[in-house]
Design a protein around this ligand. Structure first.
Ligand SMILES: *Cc1c(COP(=O)(O)O)cnc(C)c1O
Length: 218
């Protein structure tokens, strides 16, 4: 048994979210029994950050679960999730997009993706900077890849208690999103985790990725 009251936590968080906002329950490192507890509370969207762990859970769990890959993806792992993944949140290069397109095509699927913009003021390894993303969007390659559908953007704020800083970082992503939204028919902005999802809602989040506030500390 888990320490956390998973179904209560889900109810509490859902009650705080507007109807257009998707709750991605981040179940990384947690056992399938915890996921089933969330499932029985009505949760259907789960996020994982390791491809093999997600694949093992997909094999074992009900097939109406939507699996989101929220972590950094290595290109050689894409083939393992291409048959079933519903949304890849952190696409940070054209080479990765190309690989997803190839594997999606092999599976006769179109895979939804988000592009990750680097917004944290701290040194962070992942995500494109503004110039890289602008170049990618302007290049027209998104239309060229028929088996990927880029439906929006994702970002991760600095790991800090400083709300003003997180707010600044979310704001910069929201502005970038709004600038490009119409031209690229974006509909999803994935920002907000356990510690900052209420703040993210005020910055236009349509998808919050919440782990520890549902399942307890990892
Ligand atoms: C782990 C993780 C989360 C969830 O973090 P919590 O603080 O537990 O809510 C969200 N997004 C990404 C990319 C993660 O890796």
């Amino acid at each position: 048994m888990s320490e956390a009251n998973i179904s209560e936590n889900i109810k509490k968080i859902k009650a705080q979210l507007p109807e257009n906002v998707t709750l991605v329950a981040v179940s990384k490192t947690k056992p399938v029994s915890d996921i089933m507890e969330a499932y029985r509370a009505g949760q259907r969207v789960f996020g994982e950050n390791k491809v093999q762990e997600m694949e093992a859970k997909w094999q074992e769990l009900p097939k109406d679960i939507e699996w989101h890959m929220i972590g950094h993806v290595q290109r050689n792992k894409v083939k393992y999730m291409a048959p079933f993944v519903n949304l890849i949140h952190a696409v940070d290069s054209q080479r990765l997009l190309k690989e997803i397109n190839k594997r999606a095509k092999e599976n006769d699927r179109v895979i939804d993706c988000l592009l990750q913009l680097k917004i944290a003021e701290e040194e962070s390894k992942y995500g494109m900077d503004r110039q890289q993303m602008q170049d990618l969007l302007a290049s027209g390659v998104l239309d060229h890849y028929k088996n990927v559908n880029v439906i929006g953007l994702m970002g991760m704020a600095t790991f800090t208690d400083n709300e003003a800083q997180i707010s600044r970082e979310f704001d910069s992503l929201q502005q970038f999103y709004n600038t490009h939204k119409e031209a690229h028919r974006f509909s999803e902005l994935s920002i907000g985790m356990s510690g900052d999802y209420l703040l993210a809602l005020r910055h236009g989040s349509t998808m919050v990725r919440v782990g520890s506030a549902i399942f307890g500390e990892r």
